[in-house]
Write a protein that binds this ligand. Structure first.
Ligand code: MOS
Length: 710
């Protein structure tokens, strides 16, 4: 492997900063004159707050303001008729309560402790109305989404599975899962006069935050500065601007001092989205030799009464396997809950749990190896859109993943495989996630000392974006990586899309690639050579010959129009090997193998880390995570890290990432397809299927806690 080229394993360029505490997260900026904001939450799930007694809070030491629906300065973007009304909950704009824990007041004080104390002195009087948080009781109230012209999908005949020789018809439940990044959501906001505002905030997209804050306050986006250089975990929870971020700016304007608003861990369960509780019904029909005749996939998931949230839960069933008849139905059930948000692998992870579990059930009914069943229904073109794939190496994923997990040692009969007193099982779960690319701009500067600096307003929520960008630049320019710096997380930098949908390397990586090519061409011309010359030149010598201290360039990179002709996806096969104790139901996950066709892999080291991180998220989804409602109050009973269980080191033995690593010829010049989401999709069904293979117990309601196995 060539050093500092695409495909190398480069350690994180900001790794030292991160492990030595030098990396500053949005809550760590010491802004002069800082004040602290603490939200007061409603204790009813529906109705109105008719009065707020704030007198004691206002008299408490250090308190500067108590903002309520009755005194809050109006947010222009919340008003009817605003040019760009801000979507979602309009905090303090009126006195309505849509869900328990909705903020009803914001206390600002000179210290965090004083603000916290004063917040508990605020007394609310409510007019309580009936509320609904019980998903199961309300499932019949599911509605087809209003947004995006949503239509249910039919190919061939609906419900054709029912008449097939071999039928699986089952329901799968996924509980509410909460992102719970280690870093709390924090926003520090301050104003310069009445029309310029700066926010340090946890954001997956500084340009998106800039637009939202500008829309909220009726400002020119150039007058809104967003900083989010380091993000301590986000995987969907920071894709949008949340009401508390607007509230921090609103409060800073009122008290004329910087305000830092930090959500509590409990507030993180209700204020910044979650993966919604979802029930899916899958019907599969096949011939006796395992050819699918029909797939039916129906999904119901919860949303908020005040805002609709949708995701692609049923989408994978439309194209992942070859079936002449497919129909899907998707409904959302509005409840008195906070609005959900995308969470890593969003609907596709939810959907693949149901589809891949059902397919496993079918394999046992057919007495067919689960991989063989998938091979019999493999599709070389996209059956949903009738287009060729831009690239697809899923068969190779089956094969390499099976080898790495030791699939040959799997016994078809559940319970037949034992090591000592432990039952041994193997499972597979597959997935796909759209390969996307947005327009992005990068700016490059080469200085006469040989250093290169590149800027783009992207984010790094953890995958090592900056490191990958440095590697793309080093490869394209043919210079060592340690000469290159990449800056992100600043809305003043050139435009880039929000870091989401696994598209950052595809979008921003293309801009970095293209700006490096443009710089190279400029330098060749300055050196009097053809722009596309392949012969090596000394960039610094060219600058010196031209008496230039530096050279700068900005380049926009846009999608390939050819892409319209193709269906573009990353594909994955996850494999799991588990031990299950027959008496206690304890599951030890011995090994997970993630075999992925995600196009060219830019940086093997960070890509492997990302696959491992995604698999750990999948372990949480499969084995431990569940936010539990007490429907008497419409409130979570485990809104904390003690009772909401995320996997820890002891839960994870070995996770191996294997990349097919063949460049996609269509999507972008680097050949990548994206790994952020695919790293999680398929993990939960691989584990559920392995546990069935070990025990003969089919768990269709996540998480798979020991009580469900004994
Ligand atoms: Mo990802 S769920 O688009 O942060």
């Amino acid at each position: 492997m060539k050093k500092d080229a695409i495909g190398d394993s480069l350690s994180r360029v900001d790794g030292r900063l991160k492990v030595t505490g030098g990396a500053k997260y949005s809550g760590e900026y010491k802004v002069p004159n800082l004040t602290y904001g603490v939200l007061v939450s409603a204790t009813i799930a529906s109705g109105t707050v008719t009065a707020l007694d704030t007198r004691a809070a206002e008299r408490a030491p250090g308190v500067l303001a108590v903002i309520t629906p009755f005194n809050a300065p109006k947010v222009p973007g919340y008003q009817a008729g605003a040019e760009r009304p801000v979507r979602g909950l309009k905090l303090f704009n009126d006195n309505k309560i849509y869900f328990n824990s909705q903020p009803i007041a914001l206390v600002v004080a000179d210290t965090f402790e004083r603000a916290t104390y004063a917040a508990c002195l605020v007394k609310a009087t409510y007019n309580t109305e009936p509320f609904e948080t019980d998903f199961h009781k309300n499932i019949d109230k599911g509605v087809t989404p209003q947004k995006g012209n949503y239509k249910d999908y039919v190919r061939g005949e609906a419900n054709a599975y029912k008449n097939a020789p071999v039928v699986v018809e089952e329901e799968y439940l996924l509980p509410t899962e909460v992102h719970n990044p280690m870093e709390l959501h924090v926003t520090t906001a301050f104003w310069d006069g009445d029309d310029k505002v700066t926010l340090y905030t946890k954001s997956q997209g500084v340009k998106g935050s800039q637009r939202s804050i500008a829309a909220a306050f009726g400002l020119n986006p150039d007058n809104v500065q967003i900083n989010s250089r380091f993000v301590g975990g986000a995987f969907g929870s920071s894709l949008r601007t949340w009401p508390h971020e607007i509230a921090a700016a609103q409060a800073a304007k009122l008290v004329k001092r910087p305000v830092k608003l930090t959500l509590t861990r409990e507030q993180m369960f209700t204020q910044v989205g979650y993966r919604p509780l979802t029930i899916q019904k899958i019907g599969l029909g096949a011939t006796a030799d395992g050819k699918l005749i029909g797939i039916t996939h129906e999904s119901h998931s919860q949303t908020a009464v005040y805002e609709e949230f949708t995701e692609g839960a049923v989408n994978v069933s439309q194209f992942l396997y070859n079936s002449p008849n497919v129909n899907t139905l998707y409904k959302v059930v509005p409840l008195n809950v906070g609005v959900p948000a995308p969470m890593r692998g969003p609907g596709e992870a939810t959907g693949s749990f149901a589809l891949e579990s059902a397919l496993d059930e079918l394999s046992y009914k057919l007495n067919l190896d689960p991989i063989e069943l998938r091979l019999r229904n493999y599709t070389d073109t996209d059956p949903e859109r009738n287009k060729p794939w831009s690239s697809k190496y899923l068969k190779e994923c089956y094969q390499k993943g099976a080898e790495a997990i030791g699939w040959a040692d799997r016994k078809a009969q559940p319970g037949a495989n034992k090591e000592g007193e432990w039952l041994v099982g193997y499972g597979i779960g597959c997935g796909a996630f759209g390969a996307y690319r947005g327009n992005a701009v990068a700016k490059i500067k080469l200085t006469a000392d040989g250093s290169v600096n590149i800027q783009s307003a992207t984010s790094d929520i953890g995958p090592g974006t900056g490191t990958s960008m440095v590697l793309i630049a080093a490869d394209t320019l043919g210079i060592p990586a340690d000469k290159i710096t990449f800056e992100l997380g600043n809305s003043a930098f050139p435009n880039a899309p929000t870091q989401g949908g696994s598209a950052t390397v595809s979008s921003v990586g293309s801009a970095v690639h293209d700006v490096c090519v443009a710089l190279k061409q400029k330098l060749y011309i300055m050196a009097g050579k053809p722009a596309d010359s392949m012969e090596p030149i000394d960039y610094v010598a060219v600058l010196k010959q031209n008496n230039m201290p530096s050279v700068e360039l900005t380049q926009e990179s846009k999608g390939n129009p050819e892409a319209q002709k193709y269906s573009m996806y990353s594909f994955s096969a996850h494999f799991a090997k588990v031990h299950v104790h027959p008496l206690t139901g304890q599951v030890k996950i011995k090994k997970i193998v993630a075999c992925v066709d995600a196009g060219k892999i830019v940086n093997h080291k960070t890509a492997s880390s990302q696959m491992i991180g995604g698999a750990v998220g999948g372990v949480g989804m499969a084995m431990t995570e569940e936010a539990v409602f007490d429907n008497r109050y419409g409130r979570y009973i485990n809104g904390n890290f003690a009772d909401y269980h995320v996997p820890v080191n002891a839960d994870i033995q070995q996770i191996e990432a294997i990349f097919i690593d063949k460049p996609d010829p269509v999507l972008n010049p680097v050949g990548t397809k994206g790994i952020g989401e695919i790293s999680l999709i398929g993990v939960a069904p691989a584990l559920a299927n392995a546990i069935y293979n070990a025990t003969g117990k089919r768990v269709r309601e996540l998480p798979i806690t020991p009580d469900k196995l004994i």
